[in-house]
Design a protein around this ligand. Structure first.
Ligand code: NCD
Ligand code: ZN
Length: 352
């Protein structure tokens, strides 16, 4: 008989964009509902580059939460060419900053402050290894001559592997891994390399974005890949392997800025990720490994206790109904459309 419910430790989202101002106020409740904690990305304009910035941003996130809502933002710093060893020492000594994010300049939304010449950051990577401060990488090269679908594989060869060979003690997370190349590289790499996986890359391949009309709400970076890659991601996520954990990469943009001649990259999936993930794990006959992926592996990587609070997911005979949009001022944000009926949803009424 089909399994009808599953109880998880409350999940953590280990890669999340919360933005700032009105957008932050509108989106944070969606994450707080289904997640206990989140690793919050620092790609604001201007970026979060110091402990002081991170402390202020964290307070703005807490202020945006309704009273009585418990949600812990885990902060990150944005690595720039101006970052100093002193900045890293302060970060490691703080209780606030959990990791440092490397964006190759121009790789994605708000990455203009990113690193142009990675060689100039090696002394900082050495310092991070010494401080045991993890490096989170947006694993795509930005060279004009590299096809957008090949950017992750080339990043591994040209950037990631040289860093790992030079500084093997540095703990690294390949954020939002999207290819078989990435999964295989992490799988063969011992215990200092980890990866987050997004909900949308587990559910969709690039056909969803491009066949029968262009669907801008599926445009994100790294871009959706072909089916063989999605299959590799699903195998990794559902395997129970402690090196793979959830980072939704939920990244809100207004509907207007996505449905546009030059649409923004980012999928907003914080509101319905868990039902989607239960569906993926059910399809892969691996529901018993869902808790490891959503609630255990990431916490262990960051040296955090697994959440005591529990969450119940239930399977219903009718598809779950999710809101398709929500308002941000006069604009809306469009919620991730999984592209098929989802029979699992979080039972928010359950007291566990
Ligand atoms: C992210 C965003 O909008 O901030 N967009 C995305 O497509 N994932 C940036 C990022 O994580 O690449
Ligand atoms: Zn991201």
């Amino acid at each position: 008989m089909t399994q009808q419910e599953i109880v998880l430790n409350k999940p953590d989202d280990m890669h999340l964009h919360l933005r700032d101002g009105d957008m932050l106020s509108a989106v944070v409740e969606h994450s707080a509902r289904d997640f206990a904690r989140a690793i919050v990305m620092p790609n604001l304009v201007p970026p979060v580059t110091t402990v002081e910035d991170a402390t202020r941003y964290r307070q703005r996130i807490l202020d945006a939460l309704g009273s009585g809502t418990s949600f812990e933002p885990l902060m990150t710093l944005y690595l720039t060419e101006s970052t100093t060893a002193g900045d890293l020492e302060k970060a490691a000594a703080s209780n606030i900053v959990k990791a440092v994010k490397l964006y190759p300049a121009g790789a994605t939304t708000n990455s203009d402050s990113g690193v142009r010449d990675i060689a100039k950051s090696y002394h900082l990577f050495e310092k991070m290894a010494e401080l045991d401060l993890p490096l989170l990488v947006h694993g795509e090269v930005t060279d004009d001559d590299i096809d957008i679908f090949d950017r992750e594989a080339v990043f591994i060869d040209r950037v990631l592997d040289p860093i790992r060979r030079t500084i093997p003690e540095l703990r690294i997370v390949m954020e939002h891994v999207t290819t078989k190349d990435g999964v295989d590289y992490v799988g063969s790499a011992g215990n200092n390399l980890f990866a987050t996986l997004t909900t949308h890359h587990l559910m969709l391949n690039r056909n969803a974005m491009l066949v029968g009309g262009i669907r801008p709400h599926y445009y994100c970076l790294p871009i959706l890949k072909r089916e063989e890659h999605r299959q590799a991601l699903r195998a990794a996520a559902t395997s129970g392997d402690a090196r793979f954990f959830l980072g939704t990469d939920s990244a809100p943009h207004t509907t207007y800025t996505k449905e546009n001649a030059c649409g923004c990259a980012g999928v907003f999936s914080a509101a319905n990720s868990l039902g989607c993930l239960a569906t993926v794990f059910e399809e892969e006959q691996a529901l018993e490994n869902l808790n490891a992926f959503t609630s255990v592996n990431g916490a262990k990587f960051y040296g955090l206790d697994i959440n005591d609070a529990k969450m119940r997911l239930v399977r219903t005979s009718e598809p779950a109904v999710f809101p398709q949009h929500f308002k941000v001022g006069a604009e809306t944000v469009t919620v991730f459309d999984p592209g098929k009926p989802i029979y699992w949803h979080v039972d928010h009424a359950a007291s566990l």
